[in-house]
Every structure is written in C-alpha cells, then in structure tokens.
Design a protein around this ligand. Structure first.
Ligand code: NDP
Length: 335
C-alpha cells in the first residue's frame, strides 16, 4: 500500500524564509501560485513576457522572465508544458539555478524519459496534482483538498521529502492526501490511464453510434443515449462515489443484469488483454515517447489529421445538434 501524507504529517515551516519560483502561469501554475501565497509562502513567477506574465502581475505577483525567476528560487517548480522541457530547461532554467535549489516537476515525463538531465547537486522531486488546474484553486478556496502524487528522484540535500511534502501542503493537497510514488510509476500510470481510458471511451462511444445508426436508428436519439443526455456523467459520478459495482444498485434490475452479463462476455477477451499489455510495453520501453517526439518534430501533422478525422465523424454532428438542444442544461451545469 502506498503511503499517504496528510496535513498532520507535514511541516509547512520548512518553506518559511524560502522563495518558491513558479515557472509557467498556466493551468497549474496560476492555481498553485495562488494557493501557496494564501498559505503564507513567498512566491515569484517566471514566464515569457506575454499575457500570462501580465496576468501574474495583475494577480499581485512579482513576475520575471524564466531565467531571472529561476535564479531567485530556493524551490523551482516547473509548471511548463512537458513537451517544452527539453528545449527550455537546459537553456533557461538549469544554468540559472541557485546552488541548493530544489527542482519540482508536476509530471514525471521529461525526467523519466530522460528528455532532460537535471544538474547534479539539486534535489529532483515530483508533486503531481491528480486534478485539473482550475479545480486545484476552486477546491482550495472551498476549504477542500485534492489528491496528488509525490516522489523524490534525487535527494541531494537529504531534505527533499520534507520540501516536496511541504509544497504538497502549501498547494492544499494534503488536506485530502498526497500519495507516495516514483517518477516512473506516476508517468506510466498517468499515460496509461489517459490513453487507454480516453481511447476506449472514444472507440466505444463512436463504434456504438455507428452500429446503431447503421441499423437505422436516429442519430440524435442514439447520441443522447451514448453521451448527450448527461446520464453517463451521473453514472460515472456515482461509480466514483460508491464503487463501480456498488453503484449498480441505483440502476434497474434489467440494466444491472445487462451490464454484468455483457461485462462477463467481454472479460475473457484475450485481444483486449494483449492490447493493454502492448500499450504498457510501449510506455515502459519509451517507444510511445519516441513517437510523440517525432510527431512534435513533424509539426503535429498526425495529431491535426486525427483530430480532423474524428471531428468529421457523424457522431460529432449529432453531438453538436444535441448540445444546441440541451444548451440551457449544459450551461447551468445541471448534470
Ligand atoms: P499549460 O499549458 O497551462 O502551461 C502553460 C504555461 O507554460 C504558460 O505560462 C505558458 O506561457 C508557458 N509556456 C508554454 N510554452 C512555453 C515555452 N515554449 N517556453 C516557455 N514557456 C512556455 O500547462 P499545464 O499547467 O497544463 O501543465 C504544466 C505541468 O503540469 C505539466 O508538467 C503537466 O503535465 C502538469 N500537470 C498538468 C495538469 C493539468 O490539469 N493541466 C494536471 C497535473 C499535472 P506562455 O505561453 O506565455 O509562454
């Protein structure tokens, strides 16, 4: 069982008299900066000179370019998109670190896949919220916590755990819990979850739509069933709250029997197991990371082509029409 740290396990005072430099004022950067400041931590922002930097200044932070902000930090939190790390960190960050500065990543990707090589002598740590940036702030201001993963890749000072846990408390995570992990485990499980979960959702929804509309059923009625009504959101919410199987009690007996009967039919699919293991292998051996690097070098050609292809799917047309019909419900966030 992974160790879970909560507020009482953590000493926030290790950040007293320290400066935390947050590099990047985007989804995570802004929320984490505001939360740390509200917890009494001295924060400065590093960003290129554009709208994000202006927003940081409007929010009352001292904002600098990335090298200058790096040089001020006892703790340097890298909250830049992962695909920028290989170009930005060796030039704008590593040469400007204070001698004892602690590096903190929000995702293990660039370190695990060796796209960056943090200089010797610095603690290298991970604080990865399992929460989107906006909710990191919203939950904090509502007095709630959110889960995160914490890890230490290199403990040069002997204090790396204390520092990263204090940050986890500072951003508001240990109010709920920070789970101990490694850079590898965080990277692989995060990628696996989004690729398999997200990919399976796209395939199952769109394939089901095709089978049903090919059989002559109305596209809008089918889309409503597969996604549009918002019922699926409620189903997932109840699975999250109660458990995947426990939540079945909220469904009719016909639905319960149908779901479990189909799950039983699908569970012995060797093809699915083999596919999942192949995905895991490609994440562990770095071949997905190579593919993604080449895709970036090619100017995201395949990503754009895939996006266009899937957007042209009739399911998306039916979705657009239903979203118009359901606009009021969606805008009010009723489901
Ligand atoms: P964003 O895309 O929101 O970050 C954008 C920030 O990075 C902006 O400040 C932007 O400023 C700056 N930036 C973008 N490109 C460059 C560049 N080439 N050079 C310098 N600065 C650049 O990122 P996120 O907040 O989504 O992600 C940050 C980290 O957090 C990542 O490691 C991610 O994996 C991790 N994470 C993200 C989560 C999420 O929900 N989004 C959840 C958990 C972890 P500008 O464009 O002005 O330069």
């Amino acid at each position: 069982m992974a160790k879970v740290y909560r507020d009482d396990d953590v000493d926030l005072s290790v950040l007293k008299d320290k400066t935390v430099s947050i590099l990047g004022y985007g989804n995570q950067g802004r929320s984490q900066a505001l939360n740390l400041r509200d917890n009494g931590i001295n924060v400065v922002i590093g960003n290129r000179g554009d709208d994000y930097r202006s927003l940081a200044s409007e929010d009352g932070f001292d904002a600098f370019d990335i090298p200058a902000a790096t040089g001020k930090g006892d703790v340097v939190m890298v909250l830049l998109p992962d695909e920028t790390h290989a170009n930005v960190l060796p030039v704008d960050v590593f040469p400007h670190l204070k001698p004892d500065a602690t590096l903190v990543f929000a995702h293990g990707y660039s370190v695990f896949y060796k796209e960056v090589d943090p200089p010797e002598g610095h603690d290298v740590t991970l604080l990865a919220p399992k929460m989107i940036g906006a909710a990191v702030r919203e939950l904090f201001t509502a007095g709630a916590g959110f889960p995160s993963l914490v890890a230490v890749e290199r403990d040069a000072s002997g204090q790396a755990w204390k520092t990263v846990l204090a940050l986890a408390r500072g951003i508001g995570s240990t109010k709920l819990g920070a789970w101990e992990t490694t850079f590898e485990e965080e990277t692989i499980t995060d990628l696996f979850g989004e690729q398999v979960g997200g990919g399976a959702a796209i395939v199952s929804i769109m394939r089901s739509f095709k089978v049903l509309t090919d059989a002559g059923y109305d596209p809008e009625v089918v889309q409503l069933e597969m996604l549009g009504s918002g019922e699926l959101v409620e189903v997932i919410r109840s699975q999250w709250r109660e458990g995947v199987i426990e939540a079945l009690s909220g469904h009719s007996p016909t639905s319960q029997f149908g779901q479990l009967h189909r799950a039983e039919e699908l569970k012995d699919s060797d093809a699915a197991d083999q596919y999942l293991k192949a995905v895991l292998g490609q994440l562990q051996d770095g071949s997905f990371a190579d593919l993604w690097r080449k895709e970036q070098e090619a100017g995201y050609e395949r990503l754009e082509a895939l996006r266009a292809k899937y957007l042209a799917n009739p399911f998306c047309d039916a979705s657009r029409r239903n979203r118009e019909e359901l606009k009021e419900v969606i805008d009010k966030g009723i489901v």
